[in-house]
Design a protein around this ligand. Structure first.
Ligand SMILES: [Zn+2]
Length: 145
């Protein structure tokens, strides 16, 4: 007999080679071709909460073995990745360490070279900072006063 590696066996007991008993409702299920597919759909439609837990467990397991079909948990992960991608195009907030550093350097440049504060509003300077640091949100001239 093959070892029961699937987490589905947290919810079912094997009765014989072709049947399994649901631990939750004691219903006996036939396993066509020895697969766990019918057991999974039983869990999915009858025991929703347990199915969510099962899907999570199975995903965690698959992550280390063979990532394949999309489970609800993986869908959520995809969304998180998408969010990350969107974040990359977003401007840094003023507390971002790099942003703070750039602010500091611009302030320094203005005072060291005795530049007018309006310098930061100049299109040339804006283009330069946008090219060097696309995520940097250039401050208004009042910020550097
Ligand atoms: Zn059941």
């Amino acid at each position: 007999m093959k070892p029961k590696s699937s987490v589905i066996w947290n919810y079912f007991n094997e009765v014989s080679g072709n049947t399994a008993k649901c631990k939750l409702c004691q219903k006996i299920y036939s396993r066509k071709g020895g697969t766990t597919t019918s057991l999974k759909s039983h869990l999915k439609f009858v025991h929703t909460t347990e199915f969510e837990e099962f899907a999570k467990l199975e995903t965690e397991k698959k992550d280390t073995v063979q990532p394949s079909t999309s489970t609800p948990v993986q869908e959520v992960r995809k969304q998180i990745t998408l969010k990350d991608t969107l974040m990359k195009n977003q401007k840094w907030c003023s507390s971002n360490p790099k942003s703070i550093e750039i602010d500091k350097l611009i302030s320094e440049m203005i005072s060291l070279q005795d530049l007018p504060f309006t310098f930061v509003k100049g299109i040339g300077f804006r283009r330069l900072t946008h090219f060097i640091a696309p995520n940097y949100q250039l401050r208004g001239r009042h910020f550097f006063c």
